[in-house]
Design a protein around this ligand. Structure first.
Ligand code: ADP
Ligand code: MG
Length: 288
C-alpha cells in the first residue's frame, strides 16, 4: 500500500505548481544521481533575439527574413518563434506548401514556389548545400533557397535567471552530476554550460543521439541512484522516456510531452525541480 503522506507530498507539490503523476516518482526524487537537462527552452529562455542577418548570392536581408519567417510558420520550436517575431508581420499561409519539420535539423518547405531549407549545419550538409559558417556568437540558422545557399540568421538566447542557482542547489541536495544535452552548436552549448556550472555538456546531437547518450548516462547513474531528465518537450519526448523520472516544462511544452512526462513543472522554472526534491525528502521523513 502507498503511505498516505506520499499523497500529502503530491498535494504539496501541486500547490507549488509541480504536477507529480504518482508517488513512485516522488520516491525516486529522494535518490537522484544525475539530472540531465535539455538546453533550449529548459535552461535557456528559448526566447531568441535575431542579432544578425547575413544575406548571400543576390538575396538581401528582407528577403531572408521573409523566406525564413514563412518557412517557420508551422514550427513551434523557440527558434521559429523568434524568427517570426523578428519578421514582425503575420506570414501569409497561402504562400506555403509541402511543410516538413526535420527534427534536430530544421525545416524544409515551399515558399512562394521556391524550396526553402532553414536549419543548422547538419541540414545544409545533409542537403549538399555549399554553406558558409557564421562567425557570430549565437545560434546560426542557415537558409538555402532552391538548393543554393542564401545566408544565415543569427539568434541569441539567454540562460533563465534561476538556472545557475538551481544547478548549485541540486548539487547541494546531493545530486552527483548535472548534464546538458543539446542539438545546438558546440559554441552555443558550451557557452551556456560554462555559465551554468554544469558537470558535462553534449552538443550537436540529433534526437536519436540524445537517446543514445541518455542510455549511457542511465547505466552510469543506476550504480548510485536515479536518472532525471528535464526538457521543454520540443523534440525531446523520446528522451523523456529514457529517464527514471521524465520532467516536462508545462508552459512552453507540447501536449504530447506533458502527457509523456512523469512530472510537469507548470511555471517552466528549473528551480522547481529543487523544490520537488525538497518536498520528496520531507515526505520521506514523515513516512519513516
Ligand atoms: P535543443 O532543444 O537541444 O536546442 P533541438 O533538438 O530542439 O535542440 O534542435 C536542435 C537544433 O536543430 C537547433 O539548435 C537548430 O539548430 C535546429 N532546429 C530545430 N528545429 C528548427 C527549426 N524549426 N528551425 C531552424 N532550426 C531548427
Ligand atoms: Mg529542445
Amino acid at each position: 500500500s502507498i503511505p498516505l503522506s506520499f499523497f500529502g507530498g503530491i498535494g504539496g507539490a501541486s500547490k507549488k505548481g509541480i504536477l507529480v503523476k504518482g508517488s513512485s516518482y516522488l520516491e525516486a526524487f529522494n535518490n537522484v544521481d544525475t539530472v540531465v537537462f535539455d538546453k533550449t527552452g529548459t535552461l535557456t529562455k528559448g526566447n531568441f533575439k535575431v542579432t544578425k542577418i547575413h544575406a548571400e548570392n543576390g538575396w538581401n536581408e528582407d528577403d531572408l527574413l521573409y523566406y525564413a519567417a514563412h518557412a517557420e510558420l508551422y514550427s513551434s520550436h523557440p527558434i521559429a518563434v523568434s524568427i517570426r517575431e523578428a519578421y514582425g508581420k503575420e506570414p501569409d499561409a497561402a504562400q506555403i506548401a509541402d511543410y516538413e519539420e526535420l527534427s534536430g535539423k530544421g525545416v524544409r518547405v515551399k515558399v512562394n514556389g521556391k524550396t526553402v531549407l532553414a536549419g543548422n549545419s547538419k541540414l545544409m550538409d545533409a542537403e549538399k548545400i555549399e554553406w558558409q559558417a557564421s562567425s557570430e556568437a549565437g545560434t546560426a540558422v542557415y537558409l538555402a533557397i532552391d538548393d543554393r545557399f542564401a545566408g544565415s540568421i543569427v539568434i541569441s538566447d539567454e540562460v533563465k535567471p534561476d538556472s545557475a542557482q538551481a544547478i548549485r542547489n541540486l548539487k547541494a541536495a546531493g545530486v552527483r552530476q548535472t548534464v546538458m544535452l543539446t542539438g545546438d552548436s558546440k559554441a552555443a552549448g558550451e557557452k551556456a554550460a560554462q555559465e551554468l556550472g554544469l558537470d558535462a555538456v553534449y552538443t550537436e546531437l540529433l534526437p536519436q543521439q540524445k537517446v543514445e547518450q541518455m542510455e549511457k548516462l542511465y547505466g552510469e547513474a543506476a550504480k548510485n541512484g536515479k536518472l532525471v531528465f528535464v526538457g521543454d518537450g520540443i523534440n525531446d519526448a523520446p528522451v523523456l522516456a529514457c529517464a527514471d523520472v521524465g520532467v516536462a516544462m508545462g508552459g512552453l511544452g507540447s501536449d504530447a510531452a506533458i502527457e509523456a512526462a512523469d512530472v510537469v513543472l507548470m511555471t517552466d522554472e528549473p528551480s522547481k525541480l529543487v523544490t520537488a526534491i525538497r518536498i520528496a525528502k520531507k515526505t520521506r521523513r514523515i513516512v519513516m
